[in-house]
Ligand binder design. Structure first.
Ligand code: AMP
Ligand code: MG
Length: 366
């Protein structure tokens, strides 16, 4: 009897192994990345895990949550809750308006940071910001320095104490006619936190969200249960986050290796124009009405992005000495004994200033 070719036995086995491998690796190693223009910036979400379909659904839901926040918080969106409040104040009204939990939470945190930073952070900065043109299109050139008298006039409308929230019945009242709210210094951070909550709830154990410099990382890069290859971190490695060189858009000054934390950088290079050799940028000192010259860039690491976002802006206005003190004032202890808030400031002199624990996390590049 003629023996059958070996192939006849082997081929089905090979095919089965091949199909199994494709199925296995598709399940085991999916990375989903998507970015969308939201909140006036590019929001990028990356999620890593076993099932591409599940990750895609989670990322979609996270973007949906961000658009909900944009719909209530954006002052350029007609009929947003912030627009309604601003319109009421413009018409001279000082009454109450019912708002969502999102607005209450943002204004609550903003108020606390305003108090503790002695007004360096102030959501009622809008009337002054509107005199300047820091729109992305105006980057680098153009722009116009407003009239000094006009700035002084508008400064009288800047007062975070005129915003009163009522947590029991979810209302906000503005106590001064003509004031105007701008959540630009907190909304991105808050939205990132909410997106993180959605991703985690939908089972994402490894991911990163970046909303134009406001970042949060979930777990470890490539670290999820199915990806476990022995060892800790679910088989993943810490996420590596670069801190941009404020004077070189393509360079980094440092790299941070982190997990389950938020990192926010505010810099004078994000939105600015140069006039008469002087740089005018989008972080305004509520005491003067002019862009703060107390820093070049500020990076804050914290347990949540909304806090890191507000602190980065406040520290920028305060400068190195008072800024470091503010970061330390907000720092509690983490589970591993570290500080829950760390900050690094590139001062006006180009020197680096840090909180005590920052050195342990950072890897400076030269
Ligand atoms: P960030 O991008 O987080 O640094 O915040 C800057 C944005 O917050 C600006 O584009 C303004 O919309 C707003 N802003 C500017 N200066 C302040 C300030 N002193 N306090 C609160 N928000 C501010
Ligand atoms: Mg900020």
């Amino acid at each position: 009897m003629k023996p059958k070719p070996v192939l006849i036995y082997i081929l089905p086995i090979v095919i089965v192994i091949l199909l199994f491998s494709i199925w296995y690796f598709k399940r085991r190693a999916a990375t989903v990345t998507d970015s969308r223009l939201m909140l006036g910036t590019f929001v990028e979400i990356t999620a890593m895990g076993e099932s591409r379909d599940e990750l895609e659904r989670a990322v979609e839901s996270a973007f949906l949550r961000i658009s909900e926040i944009e719909a209530v918080a954006d002052r350029y969106t007609k009929n947003s809750e912030i627009s309604k409040l601003n319109l009421m104040a413009k018409r001279g009204g000082v009454g109450e308006i019912p708002v969502s939990d999102d607005i209450i939470e943002m204004l609550d945190l903003a108020g606390e940071v305003s108090e503790r930073s002695n007004g360096a952070f102030d959501v009622t900065i809008a009337p002054v910001v509107d005199l300047w043109d820091f729109s992305p299109g105006g980057r680098g050139v153009g722009g116009r320095v407003p009239d000094k008298g006009k700035i002084g006039e508008r400064l009288r409308l800047v007062d975070y104490r005129s915003v009163v929230i009522e947590k029991d019945n979810n209302t906000v009242s503005l106590r001064k006619a003509g004031i105007k709210l701008d959540l630009g210094g907190i909304a991105k951070g808050y939205a990132v936190d909410e997106a993180v909550k959605v991703l985690r709830k939908l089972g994402v154990e490894s991911g990163v969200i970046n909303a134009g410099g406001d970042m949060a990382v979930i777990g470890y890069k490539g670290g999820y249960k199915g990806g476990h290859k022995g060892g800790g971190n679910n088989g993943g490695t810490p996420w590596r986050i670069g801190i941009q060189d404020p004077r070189n858009p393509n360079g980094l000054i440092a790299v941070l290796s982190l997990n389950d934390v938020s990192v926010v950088t505010s810099g004078d290079y994000e939105r600015y124009f140069i006039k008469g050799g002087k740089r005018y940028h989008h972080i305004v000192d509520p005491k003067t009405g002019y862009p703060s010259e107390a820093a070049i860039s500020v990076t804050v690491i914290a347990k949540n992005t909304a806090l890191a976002d507000t602190l980065a802006t406040a520290i920028f206005v305060l400068g190195p000495e008072m800024g470091i003190r503010l970061a330390e004032d907000f720092a509690g202890k983490t589970d591993d004994g570290g500080n829950s808030v760390e900050a690094m400031i590139v001062g006006p002199d180009g020197k680096f200033y840090e909180t005590g624990g920052f050195k342990d996390i950072v890897e400076y590049l030269d």
